[in-house]
Design a binder for this molecule. Structure first.
Ligand code: HEC
Ligand code: HEC
Ligand code: HEC
Length: 323
């Protein structure tokens, strides 16, 4: 009987496949292979055309759940569209500058940095100096002999552009090609606290700001210095942030191959609907004991007992994705 029931369920399921064409459509059309369409401007093909939302639509929905979440999502989409910034990320630059000496040598350019990775098409090689053309969002090779590589690349357009799509925001945070991780899907998870994004407690920069602060438009933004502020001992959430940074995540940094740290969970704790369980040990308490010995002058002996007083537990309820 049990088997008969099971077979009936299968039969219904099979009929269901015909009754719901959209389910079949998912795997239909095997003769039409979707290309990861190349970008005609620079020939790069890194995860630009495949729409993440076809399968991960729930994330797009969650990002648009309220005006607040949409606003933050939109800021990341804006970031994806800003090639002044994404080219810096894409070429793994660390030294953006607007030095007067460079401006006078490379006229028509106002920002400069050195490329630290090999673009797959060899139009830009490590050591090449890139220049941001005045009044545009485009970057070009302005000097190509710094890394000891052969010449002939001056004038190559370096812009690493993949914005302008409804799902560009996904790529902004997940695109492995920013750091040339080379995963086949070109997708990885990186935390908010990445050095090139909001920064962390180890950002080795003079003022602790992330590399985002090198872009003139973001130089003074809070977003470029979040990690720096959380890393100040005077910040009330500093201990939480630092303790989280000692814990390894399951996700791997595509560039280093090492697990990323869980410090970004702190950001998600406050800024998302994720659950947070708190266990806070309150400050150390003092018990003073005053003992009077003998007559005459009084000797006072203070014994200070330092004991942890209270442990507080609390729970922020929610789900990673807003309901
Ligand atoms: C055809 C459906 C499909 C499409 C399109 C798709 N994904 Fe996925 N994605 C999956 C599946 C299935 C998994 C879970 C794989 C697993 O469990 O190991 C996944 C997992 C992920 C993960 C999590 C990996 C982890 O370790 O937890 C990320 C991040 C991700 N996808 C991002 C993207 C992005 C960004 C895009 C667009 C470039 C995209 N996906 C397009 C099906 C898809
Ligand atoms: C602001 C940066 C950011 C944006 C924008 C973003 N993600 Fe994520 N995503 C993350 C982070 C950080 C995690 C890891 C969360 C964790 O550790 O639990 C993650 C996790 C994921 C996962 C694995 C967990 C899961 O629930 O499946 C998938 C899949 C994923 N993202 C896909 C997407 C897609 C698709 C988009 C665009 C619709 C997108 N993400 C937009 C930062 C982002
Ligand atoms: C203790 C809760 C808390 C933590 C932890 C936290 N934030 Fe915030 N964040 C806030 C609040 C509250 C605001 C709004 C007030 C303000 O701007 O200071 C804010 C503002 C911001 C802003 C907007 C600034 C602007 O220009 O308007 C950004 C970006 C941001 N946080 C990113 C992060 C990142 C990245 C992390 C992790 C490194 C993080 N936050 C950790 C609570 C938190």
């Amino acid at each position: 009987m049990g088997n008969v029931k099971y077979l009936m369920v299968l039969a219904i399921a099979a009929v269901g496949l015909f009754a719901v064409p959209s389910m079949l459509a998912t795997y239909a059309g095997t003769h039409t292979v979707e290309a990861n369409a190349p970008d005609t401007t620079d020939g790069s093909t890194s995860g630009k055309a495949l729409d993440c939302r076809e399968c991960h639509g729930y994330i797009d929905n969650a990002a648009q759940a309220s005006n607040d979440s949409t606003g933050i999502y939109q800021k990341h989409i804006n970031g994806a569209n800003d090639t002044t910034y994404t080219t810096y990320l894409g070429y793994y630059g660390t030294d953006m500058n607007s030095d007067a000496a460079n401006i006078s040598v490379f006229s028509g350019y106002d920002l400069f940095f050195t490329a630290n990775v090999n673009k797959s098409d060899n139009k830009v090689l490590p050591g090449d100096r890139l220049g941001h053309k005045n009044g545009t969002i485009d970057w070009y090779v302005v000097q190509d002999n710094l890394g000891g590589n052969t010449t002939g690349r001056v004038g190559n357009k370096a812009t690493d552009s993949y914005g302008g799509k409804a799902w560009s925001g996904c790529l902004f945070c997940h695109r492995a090609a920013f750091f040339y991780g080379g995963t086949h899907t070109r997708v990885q998870v990186r935390g908010c606290t990445n050095d090139w994004c909001h920064g962390n407690n180890a950002t080795a920069r003079p003022d602790g700001k992330s590399y985002m602060a090198d872009i003139p438009g973001y130089a003074a933004s809070k977003a470029a210095q979040t990690g720096k502020w959380l890393n100040r001992s005077s910040d009330a959430h500093n201990k939480w942030f630092n303790a989280s940074s000692q814990v390894q995540d399951s996700y791997i940094n595509a560039k280093t191959g090492q697990p990323i740290s869980k410090d970004y969970y702190t950001c998600m704790g406050c800024h998302t609907h994720a659950n947070v369980q708190l266990s806070i040990t309150k400050s150390t308490g003092y018990d003073a004991t005053l003992t009077s010995v003998g007559s005459g002058a009084i000797n006072a002996v203070y014994v200070v007992n330092t004991t942890n007083t209270t442990q507080l537990y609390s729970y922020k309820e929610g789900a990673a994705f807003k309901k």
